[in-house]
Design a protein around this ligand. Structure first.
Ligand code: ADP
Length: 549
C-alpha cells in the first residue's frame, strides 16, 4: 500500500522560489570583483536567475548538460547556480585553486558545454581555451563596462547583457528529484580528481538536515556570511540553507583577508559565518591588531580541517563567540558531524567541555557512521580504538561520475571516508588521520596528525608535518618535518624533547628535518603526497644498516 500524499519533487529551484515569494525583500550582499559592495534581494535574484535559465536554453543547454562555474562567492554566482539547476542542467563548480592542467582535465571529463567565469580567471582561460573543446560558450560574470578584459577571449558573452536580453518567464523544475544538480570534483590528492554528482534530492535533504537546530540551526533572524567557497562542497550547503530560511546573506567575493572579512561582519551585522580555520586565523589577527571586537557575531562554523585549540579558545575567551567544529567531505555534501554539545557536557565547566568541542563531533539524523578495522569488523566506541570511518545516507556519494574508482560502497552500502577516527561513549567522533597518511609501525597505527598538532605548538615552529618513512624492521616510522618561523633556528633534540611525555614513546619521530617549505594543496591542506615524493630516497638514521633498532 502506498501513501496518499502529494508528490512534491525535492528540487532545489523550490528553495529560491520560496525565498523570492516569502522573503523577497531580504538582502544579499556581495563584495564585487569590480570593487564596490553590491546589494540585491532574493526577489531580484530569482528574476535574474530565470533570465540566465532562458539565456542557457537559447544556447542550446538541455536537461543533463553540464555548465561550469569558475567563480568566487557572489550574488551573480548564485544566480548562475539557480539558473543552471532550475532547468535541470548540472552545475559543475570548478576550484580555481587547482592547477590549470587539472582544471582542463575536469572540464573535459565533465564535458562542460558552457563556462561562467569571474574576471579573475580570464588569463588562465585565454591561455587554455584550446584545451577545452567541449566548451561552446564562455560567460564573463561582469557588466558591459568591464568586458574589455575579455577581449582576448573571442565570442565571450557578458553576464549582465544576457540578463538584460532574456525574459524572466521560465518554468523551473518538473523533472525527477533524482536528476543531477551539481558536480564537484575532489581535489585528487590521490590519482586524478573524481566527480561527486549531487542530485536535487540529495541537496534538498542536506538542506533540511543542516537546518536542524542542533546542526547549523540557521534562522530567518540570522545574517549569514558565506566564506566557505561555493566551489568547495557547495559552500557547505549555505547557498541553499540561507534562501531556505530567508536570512540575509553576505558574500566576500575574492577577498578573504582579515580586514575585508572583518569589515563585512561589522558593517552588515553578521551573526553566523562558516569558513576553514586559516580564514578565521587571519580574521583574529586583524581583530587583535586593531584591538577591535565583534558587535554582532554569535556563532562560527569551522571545518575542512581540525580546529586548533588556540583558535577555539580565542573565539570563546576573548570575544564570546560560539565555535561549532564540523567535519565533512565533498562526498558527504558535506555535513557529516558537528561538535554540538549534549546537555550533560554542556553542564560541565568550559575546560572540561573543551576536549569534546575539539573533536569533530556527533552525527545528525540523516547520516549513519561506523568505525571498522581493516577487515570490516565494527570497532568499539570507547574514544580510544582507532578505525576506518565509514558513512551512509541520502546525501552521501554512491559512486563517482563515469564510475571512476569503481565500486565505492561496502557490502552494507557504506562509503569509506579515507579517514581514521575514534568515536567516544558520548558519540563524539574524532579524526585521527587519513588512511593514506597514518603511519603503520610494527602492525600498529600512529596518528601523523596528533604529532603534527603537538609539534606545531612549539614556539619556533611555523608549520609541521609528519610522514611515514620506510623502515626495515618496523615497516614505517614517523619523520617530523618542520618549517621554522622567520629568523629562527632549532635542533632536532629541541623538538623531540618538546614532544617527550606528550605522546607514547613508540610514537616518537625517528628524525626531525627542517625544511623551507611545507606544500599546501588546492584546499589549503598539507600536501603529504608531494612531501613523501620530495623525501623519496631519504633514509632514517634508525634504518641505516647498523642502526636498525
Ligand atoms: P579533499 O579531500 O579534496 O581535501 P574534502 O574537502 O572533501 O576534499 O576534504 C574532506 C576531508 O577533509 C575529510 O575526509 C577529512 O580528512 C578532512 N576534514 C574535513 N573537516 C575536518 C575537520 N573538522 N577536522 C579534521 N579533518 C577534517
Amino acid at each position: 500500500m502506498l501513501g496518499l500524499m502529494q508528490d512534491w519533487p525535492l528540487t532545489v529551484d523550490k528553495i529560491l522560489d520560496h525565498a523570492a515569494e516569502w522573503h523577497g525583500g531580504r538582502e544579499i550582499v556581495s563584495r564585487s570583483l569590480e570593487g564596490p559592495i553590491v546589494r540585491t534581494t532574493y526577489g531580484a535574484m530569482h528574476d535574474r536567475a530565470k533570465r540566465i535559465s532562458n539565456a542557457l536554453k537559447a544556447m542550446g543547454v538541455k536537461l543533463g548538460d553540464r555548465v561550469a562555474t569558475l567563480a568566487w562567492n557572489s550574488g551573480r554566482h548564485m544566480e548562475a547556480w539557480y539558473g543552471i539547476m532550475g532547468i535541470g542542467a548540472v552545475c559543475h563548480t570548478l576550484n580555481p585553486r587547482l592547477f590549470a592542467d587539472q582544471l582542463c582535465y575536469i572540464i573535459n571529463h565533465a564535458e562542460d558545454k558552457v563556462l561562467f567565469t569571474d574576471l579573475t580567471f580570464l588569463p588562465t582561460l585565454v591561455e587554455r581555451r584550446a584545451q577545452m573543446p567541449s566548451v561552446e560558450q564562455v560567460v564573463v560574470m561582469t557588466d558591459r563596462d568591464h568586458m574589455g578584459a575579455a577581449a582576448a577571449l573571442p565570442g565571450a558573452l557578458c553576464f549582465e547583457t544576457l540578463v538584460e536580453e532574456h525574459s524572466p518567464d521560465c518554468v523551473w523544475g518538473g523533472f525527477d528529484e533524482h536528476t543531477a544538480a551539481g558536480i564537484c570534483y575532489t581535489s585528487g590528492t590521490t590519482g586524478n580528481p573524481k566527480g561527486v554528482v549531487y542530485s536535487h534530492r540529495s541537496n534538498f535533504l542536506h538542506t533540511l538536515v543542516t537546518l536542524q537546530r542542533d546542526v547549523m540551526g540557521l534562522s530567518l533572524h540570522d545574517v549569514a556570511l558565506m566564506v566557505a567557497p561555493m566551489f568547495h562542497a557547495n559552500a557547505w550547503g549555505l547557498a541553499f540553507s540561507c534562501p531556505a530560511v530567508g536570512c540575509k546573506l553576505v558574500m566576500p567575493g575574492q577577498r578573504l583577508d582579515g580586514a575585508a572579512v572583518l569589515e563585512l561582519i561589522e558593517t552588515e551585522g553578521v551573526t553566523f559565518a562558516g569558513a576553514v580555520p586559516t580564514v578565521w586565523q587571519m580574521l583574529l589577527q586583524e581583530v587583535r591588531a586593531r584591538k577591535a571586537s565583534f558587535s554582532t557575531l554569535k556563532r562560527v562554523l569551522i571545518g575542512g580541517s581540525a580546529v586548533p585549540e588556540a583558535l577555539m579558545r580565542a573565539f570563546h575567551d576573548d570575544y564570546g563567540v560560539e565555535v561549532i567544529h564540523a567535519w565533512g567531505m565533498t562526498e558527504t555534501s558535506p555535513m557529516g558531524t558537528l561538535g554540538v554539545l549534549t546537555p550533560e557536557i554542556a553542564a560541565l565547566p568550559y575546560e572540561e567541555q573543551l576536549p569534546y568541542r575539539l573533536k569533530q563531533g556527533r552525527t545528525p539524523m540523516g547520516v549513519e557512521l561506523k568505525l571498522v578495522d581493516d577487515s570490516g569488523r565494527r570497532l568499539p566506541h570507547d574514544g580510544e580504538t582507532m578505525g576506518r570511518l565509514k558513512v551512509k545516507g541520502g546525501f552521501v556519494a554512491a559512486r563517482y561520475f563515469k564510475a571512476e574508482g569503481g565500486d565505492i560502497l561496502d557490502a552494507d552500502g557504506f562509503f569509506d571516508t579515507g579517514d581514521m577516527a575514534t568515536i567516544d561513549a558520548a558519540g563524539f567522533m574524532q579524526i585521527t588521520d587519513r588512511v593514506k597518511d597514518v603511519i603503520k609501525s610494527g602492525g600498529e597505527w600512529i596518528s601523523s596528525i596528533e604529532i603534527e598538532n603537538l609539534a606545531v605548538a612549539h614556539p619556533k615552529a611555523m608549520l609541521a608535518a609528519v610522514i611515514g618513512v620506510a623502515h626495515p624492521k618496523w615497516d614505517e616510522r614517523p619523520l617530523l618535518l618542520v618549517k621554522l618561523r622567520e629568523g629562527e633556528s632549532a635542533t632536532r633534540a629541541e623538538f623531540l624533547e618538546f614532544l617527550e611525555g606528550k605522546i607514547a614513546r613508540w610514537w616518537m619521530p625517528d628524525d626531525v628535518v627542517f625544511v623551507d617549505e611545507i606544500p599546501l594543496g588546492a584546499t589549503g591542506k598539507i600536501d603529504k603526497k608531494l612531501l613523501r615524493h620530495r623525501m623519496e630516497g631519504y633514509v632514517l638514521p634508525t634504518a641505516q644498516a647498523d642502526g636498525v633498532k
